[in-house]
Design a binder for this molecule. Structure first.
Ligand SMILES: [Mn+2]
Length: 325
């Protein structure tokens, strides 16, 4: 099924592997799985991080060869083969890395984004796959099943858990569970991966979350929940507005909540507002009223003005939308 891709990889001596910007568990997992596999096949492999210093988030340091990403970019080199993983379009590689990628004799992409835009000579894109590692596992199995070991399985499983939200998103399919089952058979500790990928929270982030959640306000019989992050919250916990990511889900998870709102101070009289809903109310319609955008259940906007004015307008508007839902 993947003959051409495997033939090209097999024929190449010198291979470059790329992950996307803001590397997540799927791109890091797929790149390290492929790296470790190709090393076993006696290939010279260069791993490229999209970050200028060659770094990859520390949370993935439990994966074998986590330190193998190149800090140096070999911009003049022409690789026999370049492989981009989990990248929906060329811009996802980072500008610098794409220059190296496009110079290679054979350009391969393995991806699962619905919106995929072709930028390679060989593309394997399976939008129904919950993760890139789910596809990569099938490729490696066809290539040489005997070369797959526990370290490779662990990297693949990491991508599977990350992108399926621990097998909870709608992308989770029978194949996802079959692949998970085969990978677990290598002796992986599923609880360990779940902790590393889904649960472990840096201390500073925990403190920020704690401060924000303790200020949660409820409206309309607990159907609307609001949290806020002020500048003093960031100062006290040594965090930034970027660390607020995902905290809103904690209030959306309350069973009665239909609309979750997060307000983060980014500057004097400037706020980043996020909306999450469960489907009854459209998050994007709510955001549009304030000049923002997004998706049906996740959207956001920036609002400028006095906090109290903004707050009151948000609650009034959300209440109106809920009443007419
Ligand atoms: Mn992915």
């Amino acid at each position: 099924m993947y003959d051409r891709l495997i033939e090209e990889l097999n024929a190449a001596a010198d291979i470059a592997v790329f992950v996307h910007i803001n590397p997540d568990g799927d791109s890091v997992g797929s790149s390290l799985a492929l790296y470790n596999f190709l090393k076993k096949k006696n290939k010279t492999v260069h791993l490229y991080s999209p970050n200028a210093d060659g770094s990859i988030p520390a949370k993935f340091s439990y994966l074998k060869n986590y330190n193998a990403y190149n800090a140096e970019r070999l911009t003049d080199k022409q690789y026999d083969c370049a492989v981009a993983l989990d990248c929906g379009d060329a811009s996802r590689l980072s500008e610098d890395n794409f220059k190296i990628f496009k110079k290679a004799k054979t350009k391969i992409v393995i991806d699962h984004h619905e919106s995929h835009e072709n930028f390679a000579s060989i593309t394997v894109c399976e939008p129904q796959a919950s993760s890139t590692t789910q596809i990569l596992y099938k490729i490696l199995k066809e290539f040489d099943k005997s070369a797959i070991d526990k370290d490779i399985a662990l990297a693949l499983y990491t991508g599977l858990v990350t992108d399926s939200g621990s097998f909870s998103y709608s992308s989770t399919s029978p194949e996802t569970h079959i692949v998970a089952s085969e990978l677990l058979a290598y002796g992986i500790d599923a609880g360990f991966v779940s902790r590393k990928v889904m649960k472990d929270t840096p201390y500073a982030l925990f403190n920020l979350k704690n401060r924000a959640l303790s200020k949660t306000k409820f409206y309309e019989n607990n159907n609307i929940a609001v949290i806020n992050f002020k500048n003093d919250d960031f100062l006290a916990t040594e965090t930034t507005e970027a660390d607020t990511e995902g905290i809103i889900n904690n209030i959306l998870d309350i069973d009665t909540v239909e609309i979750a709102i997060s307000i983060a101070e980014i500057n004097d009289k400037a706020f980043k507002v996020s909306f999450r809903t469960k489907g009854k109310v459209s998050a994007v319609e709510l955001a549009k009223i304030f000049g923002g955008g997004g998706h049906a259940m996740a959207a956001g906007c920036r609002i400028y003005g006095y906090y109290d004015d903004i707050y009151n307008k948000l609650i009034t508007t959300a209440t109106e939308m809920l009443k007419h839902a």
